[in-house]
Write a protein that binds this ligand. Structure first.
Ligand SMILES: [Zn+2]
Length: 273
């Protein structure tokens, strides 16, 4: 599943091909993905220019003067920039045509989304899908203080609080396990029992791990452009994730796997207290 780093790398990859370009057409080859496509999308967008791109959580935003196109990659979606005459394949459900090129969304499982938010509907941050989102982990709002203050009344395990996404976005299953390891916090610890110093470590770990994933993905930017483009699921050298029973890279104790909220958590019982 594309996580925040993949979405950010996708944004950076497609940005030079869409920003400042006028939409010449829209192709809808299905009724919709997770939700129906707005049927009026072709008329809404044709002749309008993509002013800029942005990302909020895992939502990719294309900003026009009269509104915002919201794109979500779902479980299996990816975007590519292709020559306009490239024949669509089976799961290529949506094209944003930009003159000689198309921005094409392929989404085999159709859990993604393409939605339109008109300017008169108000600030995009208040969109139904965006307004409950926590702060951006790489933004100015996010630090140890923020985590500390937001968790004083949260008795759930810190791993699940991170995954909930209402305090900070983008800390998916892999990144939660890895950042808790780096911060030396046991994933089962109730969030309100964790003090400021440990949250400072956790915030720094989350930032570092996500930034590294984005940087690593940036080196494969060209993969987003071209017929064989595969949006990368960045192969990182994990400390805990999917390493059940293998020796901890710090202390050699076997990495443990538990289930929290139906998701696997990986941690070192020795390093993480
Ligand atoms: Zn260890």
């Amino acid at each position: 599943m594309p996580e925040l780093p993949e979405v950010e790398v996708t944004r950076r990859g497609v940005a030079p091909h869409v920003e400042g370009r006028m939409v010449s057409g829209v192709a809808l080859r299905h009724t919709g993905l997770r939700w129906p496509f707005p049927p009026a999308l072709p008329q809404l967008l044709a002749g309008h220019t993509v002013r800029s791109t942005a990302r909020r959580g895992k939502y990719l935003l294309m900003l026009f003067d009269h509104g915002t196109l919201i794109v979500h990659l779902g479980m299996s979606g990816h975007l590519r920039v292709l020559p306009r005459d490239t024949p669509p394949k089976k799961h290529d459900h949506f094209d944003l045509e930009l003159g000689q090129q198309v921005l094409r969304l392929s989404d085999p499982r159709r859990f993604g989304a393409v939605l339109w938010h008109a300017k008169e509907e108000g600030d995009i941050e208040n969109h139904l899908l965006l307004r409950g989102l926590g702060v951006e982990p790489l933004g100015d709002m996010f630090d140890g203080q923020w985590l500390y203050r937001q968790t004083r009344k949260r008795s759930a395990a810190i791993k699940q609080v991170l995954l909930a996404g209402d305090i900070v976005v983008g800390v998916g299953n892999i990144y939660a396990s890895e950042s808790l390891f780096q911060a030396r916090i046991n994933p089962k610890t109730p969030a309100h029992r964790i003090g400021l110093a440990r949250y400072e470590r956790l915030a720094a770990a989350i930032r570092a791990i996500l930034a590294a994933a984005i940087e690593q993905g940036g080196s494969s930017l060209r993969d987003f452009i071209g017929v064989n483009g595969q949006s990368g699921y960045f192969q990182q050298n994990y400390f805990t994730y999917a390493r059940t029973g293998e020796p901890c890279r710090i202390c050699n104790a076997p990495i443990r796997q538990i289930v929290q909220g139906q998701r696997s958590t990986f941690y070192c019982p020795n390093c993480q207290k």
